[in-house]
Design a protein around this ligand. Sequence first.
Ligand code: HEC
Ligand code: HEC
Length: 456
Amino acid sequence: MFTQYRLYRLLVATGVMILVVVIGLAISSIQVRANQYQQAANPTDLVAQGQQIFRFDTFGDEAFWGDQLRLHQAIEGSNFTGGVGPGLSPANALSLGLKVDVEALPQSLQTALQAGQVDLNDPANTLALIKLNSVVGVTGFFNTDGSLKSVGIQCALCHSTVDNSFAAGIGRRLDGWANRDLDIGAIINLAPNLDPFATVLGVPVDTVKTVLTSWGPGKFDAELILDGQNHPTLIPPAFGLAGVNMHTWTGFGSIPYWNAFVAVLEMHGQGNFFDPRLNDAARFPVATANRFFDVRSPGPDLVTPKLAALHAYQLSLVAPDPPAGSFNPSAAAAGQIIFNGKGTCASCHQPPLFTEPGWNMHSPAEIGIDAIQANRSPEMAYRTAPLKGLWTHTKGGFYHDGRFATLLDVVNHYDTTFTLGLTSTEKANLVEYLMSLGGSSTGLPSIPVFLPIITR
Ligand code: HEC
Ligand code: HEC
């Protein structure tokens, strides 16, 4: 009996131990799997990957800008094998609004630049800068003899600038800032072969050239390749967008939507894109004729796998705060009261997002402007612009097409449209408040007030 009982206890104890070990192993394997999952989706990793993509990923678009348009041949010029024309000197590149990342330049080159020993009129030096990966948003692919084989572009071309800490156009990267100096039309116009654009648009090359010349600095027409019309918009910032629902001036969709759109249709990266709303021959004849509503990459999709990281990176880009002294704090505080009260601004630009939580879209009539640009978007409306960091993009004006040269012009427009009856002091204070908006602006008054509900 006694031994049997001991044996029984021993068996039970062993059984329990085995069970504990098995359960323990099971739990730890679940934990390992959970950790692996967390690691894969670790937000810090995603942001770091996204930064790399935003700054350096061409999505394979060199097949378009280099191989097809042969833009690289115009950049290097006829002094290089295969090059054409005078080439793009660093001085010319800077005057077209291209920016140089000083942190990518070796100290010896920085010293030489400072001493004026680098010939800024020699296209060979543009190639050297491209080779160092210092030309923001541009990647060169080189032959062994030092000439360019191809060239590709990145998000950073239009949505980054530099802080000019070294010289005008040369400094540390400022990701997410709209490059309002960039004359993208003039840069594309350098390309020896614009036939691909002419074919897609069904117009002569000369017409393409005229359109590209008409844009000027800080502007680009993302809808040209949908409807064949020419109404360029300002490049908006890609910061301060976390929490904002619809994106682009006319609310085409979310950030990942628009990133896929741009990477595939505008940058001509190699990837897939789908939007059946664009399959509408009356509104989007070019998109329909070219099947831009359903693009399937012939090769591996170099865009879709990057959208998550790219999204995370853009959400991480907080709007920069204005430098001290760039606005009058007491006037701004008075302006805030107008913004949230008499001006009725906060009824649409709701702090702290400065756009509506939810469907942040308005008809052209609601904001008192024409429908031209709105009608080029599937939603036929304008998106309430999130206002944080306005101080970084005063060049080129305000509203989608820069129709208002100054913030005071914007305020005057609202004053008339909404018959607000603002005094000139109230208007000036409102402008100071707009200039004060940065990433840390909550926009909420220090004394809680109820935001007005406006019915128009
Ligand atoms: C050739 C210049 C150019 C390039 C390159 C470019 N963009 Fe843009 N981006 C624009 C313009 C212009 C708009 C406004 C389009 C509109 O509203 O019709 C825009 C709009 C946006 C918006 C919407 C911002 C807002 O206020 O809602 C985001 C986000 C954005 N781009 C991110 C990107 C990313 C990410 C890439 C790279 C995949 C990229 N862009 C490449 C010019 C560019
Ligand atoms: C009915 C909603 C609504 C109200 C009210 C409103 N806005 Fe706007 N706001 C918009 C929309 C929509 C846009 C985008 C216009 C465009 O894209 O052309 C915009 C754009 C702007 C811009 C330009 C942003 C840029 O990046 O160019 C400023 C500045 C601005 N609003 C300030 C104000 C001020 C100040 C008030 C109050 C006097 C105000 N808004 C009231 C909807 C509104």
